[in-house]
Write a protein that binds this ligand. Structure first.
Ligand code: 6GU
Length: 254
């Protein structure tokens, strides 16, 4: 997977992605990250890429041409094959007006060879270049950020987990929270007794079937307590459904 990020703050992208699991994945060649500075495509000697909005109003608007030239630069880097048999490129504009990002979208994006992100700042970007190059408008939640960079980082992180080799455990991307609309069960490690709180005894039993039952039951209980909205989509047995209903009703396991 090759990520390209059009941004005014390439340092934000490079610094965050070079840490932790994504940093290791870059070194191992599973993913690549190229942050391209939109300012490098300014067409004036002051390197301005924004201007006042037509119609007036507060703030500045990023101009279409530097964004477009930045996009064209990225296209030339990607397309080594002739344009007619090249796959259409996914260009994701990060905006609070977009579709809310979720785990299914992360998995779907992971099938692409290349993903291009467009990060806005100021009051926004000239609508004409958005119409011209953007294929997906995506938000990461109902709040407003100062720019799209943190949102692009969130999406790249979530997508990277689905790229083969990025996680050392190949089943973990699918097994975790949300994949089956259930939250993860609680985890414990040494010591067995921490400040008077013991580890649930079943975890020490080594009884494989009992463990699996306990994990599943804890996932159902957790989801009912923390995210009852997810239960609608979850594939539960009759018994699990009744357990979830009781947990929702009484606020605890009964
Ligand atoms: Cl994608 N961009 C900005 N600027 N703010 C956001 C967002 C994106 N998602 C939630 N808030």
């Amino acid at each position: 997977m090759n990520f390209y990020v059009m941004t005014l703050f390439p340092g934000m992208i490079n610094n965050a992605m070079s840490e932790s699991i994504t940093g290791r994945a870059i070194k191992a060649g599973h993913i690549s990250v190229k942050a391209v500075n939109i300012r490098d495509f300014a067409d004036n000697k002051h390197n301005h890429i924004d201007d006042y909005p037509y119609g007036g109003g507060a703030g500045m608007v990023m101009q279409a041409e530097p964004v477009y030239m930045c996009y064209r630069h990225i296209c030339t880097q990607i397309q080594d094959s002739p344009p007619e048999d090249a796959k259409p490129l996914r260009v994701i504009y990060l905006t609070p007006q977009g579709r809310t990002f979720n785990q299914n979208m992360a998995e779907e994006y992971a099938h692409e060879d290349n993903l291009v992100f467009l990060c806005g700042h100021y009051e926004g970007i000239d609508e004409r270049v958005i119409e011209e190059i953007v294929t997906d408008q995506v938000s990461i939640g109902d709040y407003v950020l100062t720019g799209g960079e943190l949102a692009a980082l969130v999406i790249m992180d979530a997508v990277s987990r689905f790229i083969p080799g990025v996680l050392n455990n190949c089943i973990s991307a699918h097994k975790e929270s949300f994949s089956d609309s259930l939250l993860e069960y609680p985890q414990y490690t040494r010591p067995e007794n921490w400040r008077g709180k013991s580890v649930p005894p079943v975890l020490l039993s080594g009884h494989h079937r009992k463990l699996e039952e306990w994990y599943r039951r804890q996932s159902v209980i957790r989801t009912a307590l923390m995210r009852p909205d997810l239960l609608e989509k979850a594939d539960l047995t009759q018994e699990e459904r009744e357990l979830a209903d009781r947990v929702v009703k009484y606020g605890r396991e009964i």
